[in-house]
Every structure is written in C-alpha cells, then in structure tokens.
Design a protein around this ligand. Structure first.
Ligand SMILES: [Zn+2]
Length: 238
C-alpha cells in the first residue's frame, strides 16, 4: 500500500520515494506519494518525478483498486529506483482553496436550506456545485455566498481527524453528499472547519479559511428541485 502523504499534510510539496511498480513503462506506483489522485470532485495533481538528472513529468494520477498510479510522460523509471518528487504547487494550492470553499458553501446550504450536494467539480478557473433545494432563488444563493465571505473573515482553522463508521453514522450532517457513505470502509477521515463544519472527505484542504480569499458567485442554473447548480470563483482579497 502506498503511503498517501497528502492525507495528513496537504502542504507537502517535495518528498523522496521508491518506485515499487511500473506498468507499460508509464504507470508508476511509489512507496509514498503526495500526488493527489483524481476523486471527490478534485482533479489530480501534476508535477515531476526526478531520478538524478532525469525528469519524468507526471501528467495524470488516479486511484485504481486502491492503488495510487502516476502516469509519466516518458519511459525509463524502474522498480527500486530512488526518486524525488515535486508537485505543481500553484495548481494544487488553487484546488485546496476551492475545495475548502466548497465545504464552507455546502455547510451554509445545508444549515440554511437543508440542501444536499449531488455533485461538484473543482477546476482551476471555477468550481461547480450541484444540489437539491426546495425553496430556491438566485438571490438566496447570493446571500449564502455573502455569508460565506463573512465567515472567511473569522479565519477558522481547518483540521483533520479520524472517526469510526459508528461515529459517522451517529452524525448524519457529516456526510452531506446525497450518495451516502462508501461501503467496506471503517475508518473515515474528517475535515473540520473550526467548530462550524465536519465532513467525511479525502481531499486536500488549506489550513485557515482566510486563504480562500473571497468567493464570488458567477452563475446559477435551475433544472428542478433536485438539480440546482451554482458556479463560483475565488479571488484574492484586495
Ligand atoms: Zn470535500
């Protein structure tokens, strides 16, 4: 099993590793990695794997049968190689800011409108959230975004915790995704925003809310009560 370093330290950008398997010359498994594999609405990381002077660009990272596989641009890495790895940090950090921002918004949607998240997709230039919501209006969403920006100013800390399946089932607000909890998992990673929010989540997050900057609602779409949609961007506070 690869040690997924991003689970406990989202700010780790450089680390050493060993190549434990190579498939088709370009699918690499490492003994430990901070490359985030695509999942949970968060795109995968990109970056570089170095062996001495040799550089292998990481173009895709996915999780297959529980293993984190790194697709590199060229052949040459061998089992047993000692390598050093480095994330494209600008890309990853943007995803962290967007991911935490979407937790904050989903918290407000849930508390104020009993809305459940049915889908979300983080991108570098915007993030989309889909949700169910009975009493919907674009003005309401706009007010929720204003509230999120007020909460950001309080600069709450974001922390990681772990809970058993029983503990998670006892707190339904922990898993606001409409699809529910994954089966066959007994230890859940929890992402907390101060005392405000707790979510079952495997993504990477910032340490403090202020790092989000400011959230701006750019578009709302309404396709019925189970299918509302919003797009938002994050901006640096001037
Ligand atoms: Zn999340």
């Amino acid at each position: 099993m690869t040690d997924a370093l991003y689970m406990d330290d989202a700010y780790l950008q450089k680390w050493d590793a060993k190549v434990v398997s190579v498939n088709d010359d370009k699918y690499i498994i490492l003994d430990q990695t901070a490359f985030y594999p695509k999942g949970g609405g968060q795109p995968c990381d990109e970056g570089i794997i170095r062996r001495g002077e040799d550089m292998f660009k990481v173009v895709y990272v996915g999780k297959f049968s529980g293993k984190i596989s790194h697709e590199v641009e060229k052949a040459g890495l061998k089992v047993g190689d000692s390598v050093s790895c480095e994330l494209d940090w600008e890309r990853r950090y943007k995803y962290m800011r967007y991911h935490t921002a979407s937790h904050l918004l989903s918290n407000i949607l849930y508390r104020k409108a009993n809305a459940k998240i049915t889908g979300n997709q983080i991108e570098l230039d915007k993030t989309r959230m889909d949700f169910s919501m009975n009493d919907y209006s674009p003005e309401k969403l706009s007010a929720f975004v204003d509230e999120a920006n007020e909460i950001i100013k309080k600069n709450l800390p974001i922390t990681i915790d772990y809970m058993s399946r029983e503990e998670v089932i006892g707190k339904p607000e922990l898993a606001r995704l409409a699809i529910g909890l994954p089966k066959n998992v007994n230890r859940f990673r929890i992402v907390k925003i101060g005392e405000l929010d707790e979510q079952v989540d495997a993504g990477t997050h910032i340490k403090t809310l202020i790092e989000i900057g400011q959230i701006e609602l750019i578009k709302t779409v309404n396709k019925g009560k189970d299918n509302r949609r919003m797009y938002f961007v994050i901006k640096n506070i001037k």
